[in-house]
Design a protein around this ligand. Structure first.
Ligand SMILES: [Zn+2]
Length: 578
């Protein structure tokens, strides 16, 4: 019976494409948790949460993918699948901006991953209708997922596809009705899109069709490399949930209320020990205890004036617009948060001199102009905060990049008297107007800049090397994160750099969390679009009040970093596939 169903090409026409990327498999990381019990106890606590609409799948790996000599035994692939499913679940459940309806639904695995096929049977590369039927008929009833090498056929010729799935009509029937299959590929794993491909193909199983608007959507027909998009509409979420395989999963979305809305960031959640909500997801304090304020133009990645304040949940990039900075629609081109004084500073680059302002991080509005930099046609394009070597305010400084001269200049500003600057050194790179992101890692004492320049985009600037000579500045090898409109910030809570920027001539907005010790990012998320111009990492409000220096010393002592593999991407990050 199943074979007859699969024989209808009209129901098997949903596949996902990308061009094969270089094969650079990476081990799946393990993340250690950091528990900060004292701070965690200050947050609001979530009440009853909705049940997870769970999709439990049986996973099969083609036997020809097993290469124990290369470390790729069945256990390896199970780890790959589990990590990719977990990452995909965060795309479903978490928010990625106003377009996205966070969705309380997850994929799971009900039995151990097993192999299928026989050595050399050719089913590791799907080329024909017969092979498709053979795979789809493997494993009996229930929802089944297959990992093979690559796909050239899916209900018809489909070269360079990376996923293929049965798409039934929308019936609202859960409980594995009908029996379903999906196929995903090592090709998508190699191109670091496997989490999105898995949830995309399961979306077809849940009757969803392809969409064409909003690049961040899970159900886009073509996956762009890089970038994992997690956006879905509310109606797609309803259909996705209806495709569940169980009536009572026994799991809860602990960062949702019973109406299906996500809880405020900073709410205590239960799925992770000492967890906090961040954008609808429950994360460990050190990740989820950070929020970001961006100066930006929401709703476009094509460079509109950055006169709005955005609030970004650090865990996976959920964002909302707080307010326009001022009634006069002042643009802000640099933001930095002074942790010791809980002050958010911004730069308004007026036609003549630049204004230093303070910003209310909750309301998103300018509080006051606190200084004027008499720099004429020169303009400050980015800003960072250095708390200094001591707890005294006397060595605090704002670090800024002033562009427009022969060279760009790194200068410092005393937060207590922000109407003058001190030259620290020049930058030899042109055009320094493009060094739009600046962040100071106070733990390592390193200054970083984010740019659109390949291959790595991220620069480290050695302030000890200047003046009188220009500051030594080099790209962080292997980072591979080059962005237009790049904005960068550092959080001493997480010890991580946060990068937002646009790509592909303003079509997409990317979000990365980067380890400053290696320059590596775990993933690149494609968010609902906005054009950033400044970024500042601040503590979640529940943790900000009254913490001050105590917080800094505590997190400094307990800081951990995650071991992430280097991502090696080249400048040629262009639209892939068709
Ligand atoms: Zn598809």
């Amino acid at each position: 019976m199943n074979h007859l169903r699969f024989a209808r090409p009209a129901r098997v026409l949903c596949w996902l494409r990308c061009r094969r990327a270089s094969r650079c498999r990476r081990d799946v990381e393990t993340i250690a948790a950091l528990l900060l019990l004292t701070l965690w106890g200050l947050a609001p606590i979530a009440a009853a949460a909705p049940d997870v609409d769970l999709h439990e799948l049986s996973w099969y790996v083609h036997v020809d993918l097993i290469d124990a000599g290369a470390g790729e035994d069945l256990a390896y692939w199970q780890v790959v699948i589990d990590a990719s499913v977990a990452s995909g679940n965060q795309l479903l459940e978490g928010g990625q901006g106003p377009f996205d309806a966070p969705c309380c639904t997850r994929l799971g695995r009900n039995v151990s991953v097993t192999t299928f096929g026989t050595v050399g049977d050719g089913l590791d590369v799907l080329d024909t209708f017969t092979e498709q039927n053979t795979i789809a008929g493997t494993g009996g009833l229930g929802s089944r997922a297959f990992l093979i090498d690559s796909i050239n056929y899916c209900g018809g010729s489909a070269p360079l596809s990376i996923g293929c799935a049965l798409r039934p009509s929308c019936s609202g029937n859960g409980n594995d009705d009908p029996t379903l299959w999906m196929i995903v590929t090592v090709d998508s794993f190699d191109s670091e899109t496997l989490p999105m491909v898995i949830v995309h193909e399961r979306g077809h199983n849940a009757c969803l069709n392809h969409v064409s608007n909003a690049e961040c959507q899970i159900m886009q027909e073509t996956i762009l490399i890089p970038g994992l998009g997690g956006c879905m509409t509310a109606s797609e979420c309803t259909d996705y949930q209806a495709g569940r395989t169980t009536t009572a999963s026994g799991l809860e979305c602990s960062c949702f209320d019973n109406g299906g809305a996500i809880l405020a960031d900073g709410t205590v959640c239960t799925e992770v020990t000492n967890g906090l909500c961040s954008g609808g997801l429950c994360g460990v304090f050190s990740d989820a205890g950070v929020q970001l304020i961006a100066a930006a133009a929401p709703g476009t990645a094509a460079g509109a004036p950055p006169d709005d304040a955005l609030r970004i949940s650090a865990l996976k990039g959920e964002w909302t617009t707080l307010a326009q900075f001022s009634p006069a629609a002042d643009d802000i081109r640099g933001l930095a948060y002074a942790w010791d004084s809980s002050t958010l500073f911004g730069v308004v680059p007026t036609v003549g001199d630049d204004s230093i302002v303070t910003v209310d991080p909750v309301a998103g509005t300018i509080i006051s102009v606190v200084g004027t930099i008499s720099n004429g046609a020169l303009e400050i394009v980015s800003m960072a905060y250095d708390p200094g070597a001591t707890n005294s305010a006397s060595d605090d400084r704002l670090l800024v990049l002033e562009a427009g001269g022969t060279f760009g200049e790194i200068r410092s500003i005393d937060p207590a008297g922000p109407s003058s600057t001190t030259l620290l050194g020049s930058l030899i790179w042109l055009d320094t107007h493009e060094f739009t992101g600046l962040a100071y890692d106070s733990l390592q004492g390193k200054l970083f800049a984010a740019t659109p320049f390949g291959p790595d985009g991220l620069y480290e600037i050695d302030l000890s090397s200047c003046p009188p000579s220009p500051c030594t500045s080099n790209q962080v090898a292997g980072s591979g994160q080059f962005r237009e409109d790049a904005s960068l910030s550092y959080s001493p809570i997480s010890g991580m750099l946060y990068l937002v920027g646009t790509a592909f001539t303003g079509v997409r907005t990317f979000y990365n969390v980067i380890d400053p010790t290696t320059g590596a990012s775990v993933e690149t998320l494609s968010l609902d679009i906005f054009t950033p111009a400044g970024l500042a990492a601040i503590p979640e409000p529940g943790f900000g009040a009254g913490l001050g220096l105590g917080l800094l010393s505590l997190v400094g002592a307990a800081l951990f970093r995650r071991g992430v593999d280097e991502l090696e991407r080249t400048r040629g990050a262009t639209r892939k596939g068709t």
